[in-house]
Design a protein around this ligand. Structure first.
Ligand code: GLV
Length: 316
């Protein structure tokens, strides 16, 4: 098959992806957007493998049968009107990426529960102060989103002994054992009222954009913490800063932002109660993700059902 690789990445990263994809999915013709290439070549591609494609770069691919994202979140693709809407779109579900997200979630929840961010602040003041040590089962965590990552994170937190509730927007399959599942507006209210840590892993859709606003933060328990490993668009940043200033929220661990890279003068950078990560909670793993792409290409070629297709109406 002819495969068009459309990515806006650092040159070294793009090169590493091309090599990993070529070696995982052999026997295909890879077309890389390069200066001097005849446009006819690109128009005839069967598949587009994409990572932040330039808007408009897919609109001329007439014979496309699959758009395969290298990223788990497809919100940018969904928002790009030039991405052909009738072509099946697969998102990345990469086991190594899910494992990385579980590690990040365990780190953030453990650090919040055990006061490690507080101890880091104390170190800056040379303060030797011990705080009471609580057990994991004394801490309630609310996980927002019950997709691949939300389910894996909920199960891992429950296995550590945390009291875990997972919230999904709509009713759906239950989570794993030890995880209470809530849904809908009422379920969210119930979950927020009891959680000490709220960890966001929702997909960004028109329904979830701006969900974490003043009203949401106002429903959280006083002194609770927020972890955002979803998308920056889920959070109304000004409302989050107000909740932190008012002392309603004790701490926020943020990996994603309305504007990335986070601007140098953004108040989050210097905020003593905000931990900033540069969108690294879970990166796509080159080797395992290339295998996921290869298996979807093989399925397409064999006429078998494709994996991890996005429901365009739902938006994820
Ligand atoms: C990362 O945020 C991804 O969507 O893959």
């Amino acid at each position: 098959m002819r495969i068009f690789f459309a990515a806006q990445l650092e040159p070294a990263e793009a090169q590493a992806w091309r090599e990993a994809l070529r070696s995982a999915a052999r026997g295909h013709e890879w077309i890389v957007h390069a200066a001097g290439r005849r446009d006819d070549d690109i128009v005839q591609a069967d598949v587009a493998v994409v990572a932040n494609p330039q808007p408009g770069s897919l609109s001329r691919l007439r014979g496309l049968r699959l758009i395969q994202s290298l990223w788990a979140g497809v919100d940018r693709l969904m928002a790009d009107a030039t991405v052909p809407a009738q072509v099946p779109l697969a998102r990345m579900v990469d086991p190594a990426m899910t494992a990385a997200m579980v590690q990040s979630a365990l780190w953030a929840v453990t650090a919040l529960h055990r006061g490690f961010f507080t101890y880091a602040r104390q170190q800056q003041q040379a303060q030797w102060v011990q705080h009471p040590q609580r057990r994991a089962d004394e801490v309630q965590v609310l996980v927002l989103g019950l997709g691949t990552m939300g389910a894996a994170v909920s199960a891992a937190l429950a296995a550590q002994g945390y009291g875990v509730t997972a919230w999904r927007r709509r009713e759906g399959p239950l989570g794993s054992s030890g995880v209470t599942v809530l849904h809908g507006a009422q379920g969210l209210e119930t979950g927020l009222a009891m959680a000490e840590v709220v960890l966001n892993l929702l997909p960004l859709t028109p329904h979830t954009r701006g969900l974490i606003d003043a009203a949401f933060l106002g429903r959280m328990k006083a002194g609770a913490a927020l972890v955002n490993f979803g998308r920056g668009g889920h959070v109304v940043e000004a409302d989050l800063l107000s909740a932190l200033a008012a002392g309603r929220l004790a701490h926020a661990v943020l990996d994603v932002f309305a504007s990335e890279p986070l601007p140098a003068d953004h108040p989050f950078w210097q905020h003593p109660r905000v931990t900033v990560l540069p969108h690294v909670a879970a990166l796509t793993d080159l080797r395992s993700a290339a295998d996921v792409v290869a298996s979807n290409l093989a399925r397409l070629q064999a006429g078998q059902p494709l994996l991890h297709l996005v429901d365009r109406a739902r938006g994820y």
